[in-house]
Design a protein around this ligand. Sequence first.
Ligand code: ADP
Ligand code: MG
Length: 251
Amino acid sequence: MNAAVEINALSVTFEQNGQTVKALDSLDAVVPQGHVFGLLGPNGAGKTTLMHTLLGFIEPTRGNASIFGTDVRRSIARQRIGYLPEHPDTYRFLTARELLQNAGRMFGMSRASVKQRGDALLEQLDLTQAADRLAGTYSRGMLQRVCLAQTLINDPDLVILDEPTGGMDPFGRLQIRNLISDLKARGKTVLFCSHELSEVELVCDTIAILYRGRAIASGPASTLVPVGERLEPFFIRTITAAADAQGGSHA
Ligand SMILES: Nc1ncnc2c1ncn2[C@@H]1O[C@H](COP(=O)(O)OP(=O)(O)O)[C@@H](O)[C@H]1O
Ligand SMILES: [Mg+2]
């Protein structure tokens, strides 16, 4: 069985004011199907760049990445993906129900199956009460949740979430956590990044800590962190050690 995501010696460089920035630096990673993979790292570590490369927004400078065995340079690789960007937004002049109908129709779903799946997602994300209100009247957390419902409408096999709980209250975060657990229970693969380390600890099978485009620690969530230590102090310690070794800051 192909891995959901396979990354081999993947490098992405950007030119910034005449200087070359290595956003990803010979990165290797495997996300097996059915796993929840948590990508951690300080701001600027390369998390979004990695997601954008998988999504085909950015070409790898060197190395390879594949999704379910298909090279990400081929657009067909993204057929089974759902993606929630870091700052999601949507049409404010439509209601949640209309937005889901639109999103579902884009994937060629029938009206009936969009309704069935959409209603379940609205319920799961606590949006049923607001489902017939314009998205323009939603709070930031509600907007985030309706965008997540759009992401999941076609029941994708690989779900990529860029800081899905950013700006959410504890109830919203709990819903996202439950939703990720539910995706996993249905055999889906989830790749997400988050700064909410206590949540990452609860939902991930595998964790990778990125620093300056490299995975400086990775492994099963159950064994990566030494017994008796929590993920947050381990994360701080790991990043600080890497920054000291490279004579840089932690970002
Ligand atoms: N389009 C771009 N042009 C130039 N530099 C970029 C671009 N996108 C990202 N970078 C740089 O790549 C590095 C990684 O950024 P990013 O992947 O957004 O980090 P993260 O998501 O972990 O906060 C940063 O140094 C950032 O400034
Ligand atoms: Mg980012």
